[in-house]
Design a protein around this ligand. Structure first.
Ligand SMILES: Cc1cc2nc3c(=O)[nH]c(=O)nc-3n(C[C@H](O)[C@H](O)[C@H](O)COP(=O)(O)OP(=O)(O)OC[C@H]3O[C@@H](n4cnc5c(N)ncnc54)[C@H](O)[C@@H]3O)c2cc1C
Length: 377
């Protein structure tokens, strides 16, 4: 049986990030490493936006950065300075190119373009099958999706489904130094629906609609909403759609299995998405760097602090049960707090005092009763 020191199952964001950080930390020397994924990554299959303080590990491939964002709903228009944070955008094509260039220098890396099956934790390590061959690794990290049916999940659960366009307009339309983070000026239909606009120049931007709801729409409906939104708020002139992007991120405090002996689950399937926002990129980098630093030991693997899971369960439950409209919650948080406090909170980087300050700016009665119920659960 072929033996590896380390197997990375799934070479998307989490798998490639972990390998990259292990390589950067000098932990892959003399290691026999398996990377298995059926896809040859290279195209721009997603755009990652996230916020962080100062320099990050992928700063050299950040396509665009913003220090100011806007938020709108039908009665509030906000323009917020992000303080110590910068909102950044990375194209996946650049991320795949950078990580794969670094990994091409790892002599012990065995790359297999195939599906891994029969993944099993054993007393000795992890056993898996690749193209009919059974192989074995002393330690394995898997970012395979963890399929969930929202009807069977007891924890609060909302899909975040989104679709967007990279557009080029014929007239100057956007302000490239200001990103539109959340714009709720569209009928909400009892859900949380918003657009975001990430401009690269006066004429080029990504415009997307995101909906927190377990009812997905037809492609034509997302497209109609995008078209109406652009015409109403940005330009009535002509524009070209260069590229489309769509996807879904489960937003849930469901307890994703993180560790089964020597098999560790990472990425979306390991619970690395922030339940209340779906943002994943930043947390994946933070956790994968911690793992790389500690390797071959394992650090604390919990994706988010316990308190934050409880806050998110509260918020998701309020949104799912339509107790509070999402536009009011998010816009009011940014209206009544400095933006960097809200962003620190959403990254799971606040202390209890900052969290109490944030809590004092939300409608206390529904939050307190739902919080108490989630705490008991
Ligand atoms: C279109 C889109 C846009 C997003 N934008 C943002 C954003 O702006 N900001 C943010 O923070 N998050 C964003 N996300 C959420 C999250 O960052 C991404 O989904 C991210 O790619 C998750 O990383 P992952 O490693 O868990 O999954 P993936 O990157 O999907 O990697 C999983 C890998 O597993 C492989 N695989 C599947 N089955 C097998 C098998 N049997 N054997 C071997 N390999 C297998 C797949 O081919 C894939 O390469 C976005 C998601 C999508 C879909």
């Amino acid at each position: 049986m072929k033996q590896y020191d380390l197997a990375i199952i799934g070479g998307g964001l989490a798998g490639l990030s972990l390998l990259y950080h292990l390589h950067e930390a000098g932990k892959l020397t003399n290691q026999r490493v398996l990377l298995v994924d059926p896809e040859r990554k290279g195209g721009n299959d997603r755009t990652w936006s996230f916020w962080e303080m100062g320099q990050g590990p992928f700063d050299d491939i950040v396509r665009q950065r913003w220090n100011r964002v806007t938020l709108h709903n039908t009665d509030t228009d906000l323009s917020c300075d992000l303080g110590a944070y910068t909102y950044k955008l990375i194209r996946s094509a650049d991320f795949y190119a950078k990580t794969q260039a670094a990994l091409s220098k790892v002599p012990g890396l065995d790359r297999r373009y195939a599906r891994a099956t029969d993944i099993r934790n054993t007393s000795e390590g992890v056993q898996l099958t690749v193209e009919g061959e059974t192989v074995y690794a002393r330690q394995a990290f898997s970012s395979l999706p963890h399929p969930l049916d929202h009807r069977e999940v007891k924890a609060p659960y909302l899909d975040q489904h989104f679709r967007g366009w990279y557009v080029e307009t014929e007239e100057d339309t956007f302000d490239p130094v200001v990103a539109s983070l959340m714009d709720f000026r569209t009928p909400q239909h009892g859900e949380t629906r918003f657009f975001y606009v990430l401009p690269f120049s006066r004429r080029r931007a990504v415009v997307e609609i995101a909906i927190f709801s377990n009812q997905h729409l037809q492609t034509e409906t997302y497209d109609r909403l995008l078209k109406e939104y652009i015409a109403r708020h940005w330009t009535e002139g002509r524009y070209r759609i260069e590229h489309t992007e769509a996807g879904n991120i489960p937003m849930t405090t469901y307890s994703f299995p993180r560790r089964e002996g020597k098999l560790i689950h990472i990425g979306l399937g390991g619970g690395d998405a922030r339940p209340s926002t779906g943002y994943t990129f930043y947390n994946v980098q933070r956790k994968m760097m911690q793992i790389a630093e500690a390797y071959p030991r394992l650090p604390d693997l919990s994706p988010w602090p316990e308190r934050h899971i409880l806050y998110d369960a509260t918020l998701l439950r309020l949104l799912q049960n339509e107790v509070l409209p999402g536009d009011r919650v998010f816009v009011n948080l940014f209206r009544d707090n400095p933006a960097d406090r809200v962003l620190a909170f959403l990254n799971g980087e606040t202390n209890l005092i900052q969290e109490l300050r944030l809590m004092s700016t939300v409608p206390i009665a529904p939050f307190a009763s739902t919080f108490a119920r989630e705490l008991i659960r």
